[in-house]
Design a binder for this molecule. Structure first.
Ligand code: GLA
Length: 389
C-alpha cells in the first residue's frame, strides 16, 4: 500500500520547518486467526498483522504541547504534556493522551510535536484500529526525541494507555502483534509468560476479511462486562481449586464439577475460554501440517462458541458468516476481534481468494442489500519508523 499523498506533502512541509526532524511511522492492522477473548484470561492467541495501515507524521515543537490532527475524524486537538488526565466524554484523543502519559510515566522525557494521523483501517471492525493508533503515536513521539523502547515493553505501555485512558480492560494481543509479528508470519503468543513463537504462514492459505458494517465501540462497556464475568468466575472456581488464578488454569473436568456453582452464564463464558485455548493449539498444528480443512473446521467451532457461549455476535455477523459459508471454496468463517459487529475472517486456498471474495460479497449483498468492505489478508512488517529527516 502506498503512502497517502498528503503524507509526503506534510513530510516536506515539516522538513522545511524551523524545528526540523520530521518523522513518518507506519503501523499495520491485526487479524486474529484464532484465540478470541483469550488474552485477558492469560491464554493463547494466534494473530497476524495485515497490510492496511495507520500512518503518522510528526514534526517537533519548541514547547511541551501536542497538536494532533486525525484526518479520518476531521478534528485537531491540543494538549499539554504536563498534567495529562483522562478526559470526559471519551474521544479518540484519549488514546493519544494515554500513550504520551504512559511513555512519560516510563521515564521518557517527551517534547511537543505536531502530529498528523491517517488510517486505512476501518474503525470498530475488529482489526485493532485503536492499538494501531496507539503504536503509531508511541513510535512517533519516541522518534521525535530520538528514543526507543523495546517492542514487548512498548506493547505493554500502549495496552496500559488503552486501559487507563479508554477504560477498556483489553488484553495484550493487539499491541504485541503489531510490534512483534514478522512479515509473512502469525505469532503464537502465550499471554501469561509473553513467550512469542513466529509461525510461518503457508503460501497456499488465503484469508479474506469482510466487514458486516456494524461498528463496535469497545469503550461502551460490553467488552468490559465479559472481562468482569471471567473475573467473577475465577473467584468462584478458586474457592474449590485455589490453584486457579485465571481461566487459563481451568480444565474441562474442573469446569464440569463447578457447573452449578458457576450458574449458566459464567459456565458458558468459561467453556468458551477453555475450548478456545484448545482450538489455538489445534490451529497451530493445522497450519504446520498445511491442513486448510482442519483450520476451517476450527473457525466454525470458534464462531459457534463466540455466538452461543460468549454471546458476542449480532444478526449482521450471523448473516455474513452464513454468506461466507455458502461461497464455493470457503473452508470456514468466523467473526474476528472482540465481536459485537465488525469483520468476518474466511479461510480458503490462496489461488482462489479473488473469486471467493467476490462470491462472499455477492451473497451478503443479496441478503442485506449492502456491498461490504473487503480485504485480502497479507501479513505485513511490524510497526516501524520509515522516514526520519
Ligand atoms: C479486543 C481487545 C483484545 C482482545 C480481543 C478479543 O481486540 O483489545 O485484547 O481481547 O478484543 O480477542
Amino acid at each position: 500500500m502506498n503512502m497517502p499523498a498528503r503524507f509526503s506533502e506534510a513530510l516536506n512541509d515539516f522538513s522545511a520547518g524551523t524545528a526540523g526532524g520530521a518523522v513518518l511511522v507506519k503501523v499495520p492492522a491485526r487479524v486474529n486467526i484464532i484465540g478470541e477473548h483469550s488474552d485477558y484470561n492469560n491464554g493463547f492467541v494466534l494473530p497476524m498483522s495485515t497490510a492496511i495501515f495507520t500512518w503518522a507524521t510528526a514534526s517537533p515543537r519548541d514547547d511541551r504541547k501536542i497538536e494532533v490532527t486525525s484526518h479520518n475524524i476531521g478534528e485537531t486537538c491540543l494538549f499539554e504534556l504536563d498534567g495529562i488526565q483522562p478526559g470526559q466524554p471519551f474521544s479518540w484523543v484519549e488514546y493519544v493522551k494515554g500513550v504520551a502519559a504512559e511513555l512519560e510515566g516510563f521515564g521518557i522525557v517527551l517534547r511537543g510535536a505536531d502530529i498528523l494521523i491517517e488510517s486505512d483501517i476501518p474503525l470498530g471492525a475488529g482489526l485493532s484500529s485503536s492499538a494501531s493508533l496507539e503504536l503509531a503515536v508511541a513510535k512517533t513521539l519516541l522518534a521525535v526525541v530520538g528514543e526507543s523502547v523495546a517492542g514487548p515493553e512498548l506493547a505493554k505501555l500502549c495496552q496500559k494507555a488503552e486501559q487507563n485512558y479508554a477504560g477498556v480492560r483489553c488484553g495484550i494481543m493487539d499491541q504485541y502483534t503489531l510490534n512483534c509479528a514478522e512479515e509473512g508470519h502469525a505469532i503464537l503468543l502465550d499471554c501469561r509468560s509473553l513467550e512469542v513463537f513466529q509461525i510461518p504462514m503457508p503460501p497456499e492459505f488465503g484469508f479474506i476479511l469482510t466487514d458486516c458494517g456494524v461498528k463496535h465501540r469497545l469503550p461502551d462497556g460490553r467488552f468490559n462486562s465479559r472481562a468482569d464475568e471471567c473475573e467473577a468466575a475465577v473467584e468462584i472456581l478458586a474457592r474449590n481449586a485455589p490453584d486457579i488464578e485465571s481461566l487459563r488454569d481451568l480444565r474441562t473436568d474442573v469446569l464440569e464439577v463447578n457447573r452449578t456453582a458457576l450458574g449458566d452464564v459464567l459456565y458458558r463464558r468459561c467453556r468458551h475460554v477453555v475450548s478456545e485455548n484448545e482450538r489455538v493449539k489445534s490451529a497451530v498444528q493445522a497450519i504446520e501440517d498445511g491442513e486448510l480443512q482442519k483450520l476451517g473446521a476450527l473457525f466454525d467451532a470458534c464462531h459457534t462458541s463466540l455466538r452461543d457461549d460468549y454471546e458476542v455476535s449480532c444478526d449482521e455477523l450471523e448473516a455474513l458468516v452464513k454468506a461466507a459459508n455458502a461461497s464455493n471454496g470457503v473452508f470456514g468463517a468466523r467473526m474476528v476481534g472482540a465481536g459485537f459487529g465488525g469483520c468476518v475472517l474466511s479461510v480458503c486456498r490462496s489461488d482462489r481468494v479473488s473469486e471467493v471474495a467476490t462470491e462472499i460479497r455477492a451473497n451478503y449483498a443479496t441478503v442485506t442489500g449492502q456491498e461490504p468492505w473487503q480485504h485480502i489478508v497479507e501479513p505485513a512488517k511490524p510497526a516501524r519508523v520509515i522516514t526520519q529527516s
